[in-house]
Write a protein that binds this ligand. Sequence first.
Ligand code: NAP
Ligand code: HSE
Length: 438
Amino acid sequence: MPAEPLQLAIVGLGNVGTGVAKILTEHPERILQRAGRPIEIRRAVVRDLNKSRDVTLPAGVLTNDIESVIRDPNIHVAVELMGGIHPAREVMLRLLEAGKDIVTANKALLCEHGDEIFECARKHKRTICFEAAVAGGIPIIAAVGQSMAANQIIGIQAILNGTTNYILSEMLLRGQSYGEALQQAQDLGYAEADPTLDVNGTDAGQKLGILAQLAFGVKVKSSEFHVSGIDKLERTDIQHAKDLGYTIKLLARVSLNKGRLEMSVRPTLIRADRPLAQVHGPFNAILLDGDVVGNVWYSGRGAGQLPTASAVTADIIDLAIGRAQLTFAHLDLWRETPPFALAPLNESTSRYFLRLSVEDRPNVLAEVTGVLGRNGISLSTIIQPEAPEVDATAGAIPTVPLIIMTHRTSAGSLAAAERDLDRLASVRSPRMVLAVAD
Ligand code: NAP
Ligand code: HSE
């Protein structure tokens, strides 16, 4: 006798939801073989019933009424792909209370309200699967949550946002403008509904928060560590970095140092010959450092319809065969008493790249290096590109860029030096300060 089908609702039939519906409807034999039973889409919830969809579903499946899912006892699994915090939080809590297991790709919701949602799932003996919430099609949740179980992870370095990696790659490799590349990333379905969350680093910060929770047991929101994005970068920074032998990437890092965690997401210069610097387009990559295994490297498409739908569908299959329930029951997530504390931001150390705009007149170089020196910052390179001869009779003093690479220094020393630079009349705005990876 054929096994009972698993009936599910897709809540959000946008970019990713459509991908999941396509995989389930176009590969039923494969799904049946892997899941041991058919998987049927009983409902697909959207906002706008009149919008044209890129997938055909049987009549009556598409609805704008979430209550039809919550009330239906035959729906076992709800796949939350609407995104955002509200009303996704309220909807997910009600789905759990109604006895549905959940698959979600919603990193914003998990990072900001994961404790409440996981507690609700445990209370109602339900399971939450979230492989697609971090790094799209890369199975990094399974890697950190299960495959590295023999290790204490001591470091994670990662590119976790496909949109920004696509923009940086297009600007570096094809000379596209920031605006053109962002528009393409949106057209290709990589960006969030509000792409500000991609370009200002929030999305990568939320994903790093989830990975840190899995790897270190700490509950940390993206507002609690240093998060900055690529939205202030200029093409000239990408070019200067290239001339110095580096590529700029939005790097997410967390490392365990003397029992404390240093955590950041920021645009970072990475030596061009390093593997992370060679990850381009919508690809993501994650370098895990385990105390037993050493370095382990994962790479693949981190954004886009089918890569993300691949991870969502794998979670649905895991639920259908009962494996996800076992894994979730043993996932020690969002519990009290985190074992590690975050290190104070000012104590973290790095090398830095500085691009200053300075007046082209005598003694300016001495003023700038004096400020850095008095704050204990040692320089490894200083470049002032050749400027045209200054016309002493012309009124305004022209400005020139000044590129400085420092040796390793603390974020506190750098902040103090920046305050002193602000007081120099010879240093104008804007200023760009970027971390440099070892
Ligand atoms: P999307 O294209 O904006 O789709 C959102 C879907 O949810 C749409 O079908 C929308 O309905 C529906 N929806 C939104 N609010 C709703 C509401 N209040 N009631 C009912 N339906 C509602 O988003 P997406 O790119 O597929 O992303 C979905 C989730 O996956 C997000 O959490 C995102 O962060 C995550 N994710 C995305 C990617 C990616 O590459 N795009 C990768 C990994 C994770 P309408 O169609 O009627 O507007
Ligand atoms: N907007 C996200 C990104 C989608 O560009 O990485 C994948 O989570």
